[in-house]
Design a protein around this ligand. Structure first.
Ligand SMILES: [Zn+2]
Length: 236
């Protein structure tokens, strides 16, 4: 099926932006659902995100089998993407990252909560996926099977973000610009929240109504940073 080259460029840009913003490093991945076939998604072959070019983008089915691998390696944790797309028809883009600031919130009793308006989308709560509970035993911490991917998608439920204990996060959205925005501001909220907690005393978070209103307002502006970040990412 012919693909819009603009979408492939968006996917390449998303990889580079997420590295620029400290969300991805040599690891992690971002995908987009195939615009013409909801049973497929697009993601790079197994390569560091900053190095991704249009030629590295491959098509996968929802079992996360590459449609035409031609010898190219696939990410071990691709099942995260396929299993989320399977159960979330609203989701058109997925990020899996090892975003450093979120890690403490996946391993402690402090829940990640929105403390400023840019991350209001966290207002519905951020669940934590524990792979040991999901698999019933100790693992190498990687979501390397469809069953684990399914379990992670269940933990995510209808939310935009889930943390993965001792590992990272999965972030979803209705578009690449939105999922990139959410991944960036999840990392930033986690950093700011840790700073606020370290100051001591109670921290005031956005209340439910503030979170709903702020998400609606800020949600309409995500193309502004996206256009800036995309231009910088593709201009090199
Ligand atoms: Zn991972």
């Amino acid at each position: 099926m012919p693909l819009d080259p603009g979408l492939i460029d968006d996917l390449v840009a998303a990889n580079r932006i997420l590295v620029d913003q400290g969300v991805l490093d040599g690891y992690g991945h971002v995908s987009v659902r195939h615009p013409a076939d909801p049973q497929r998604y697009l993601m790079s072959r197994s390569i560091a995100p900053e190095l991704v070019t249009a030629a590295d983008v491959m098509e996968y089915d929802l079992d996360s089998n590459p449609v035409d691998a031609r010898g190219r390696a696939t990410y071990l944790e691709r099942f995260i993407h396929g299993e989320v797309y399977r159960v979330r028809p609203d989701v058109r883009a997925v990020v899996h990252d090892h975003s450093p600031s979120v890690i403490p919130f996946g391993v402690s009793t402090a829940p990640l909560r929105p403390l400023y308006h840019m991350s209001a989308f966290l207002g519905g709560g951020v669940p934590v996926f524990d792979i040991k509970t999901a698999s019933g035993q100790s693992t190498d911490m990687l979501v390397r099977t469809a069953a684990l991917g399914k379990s992670l998608a269940q933990t995510l439920g209808t939310r935009p973000v889930a943390l993965m204990r001792g590992h990272g996060a999965v972030v979803v959205g209705a578009s690449l610009p939105l999922v990139v925005f959410r991944a960036v501001y999840t990392e930033m909220n986690a950093r700011l929240q840790a700073q606020a907690l370290a100051l001591g005393g109670p921290v005031t978070y956005l209340d439910d109504e503030e979170a709903r209103r702020a998400e609606a307002s800020v949600g309409g502006t995500v193309t502004r940073p996206w256009e800036l970040w995309r231009r910088k990412a593709l201009g090199r």
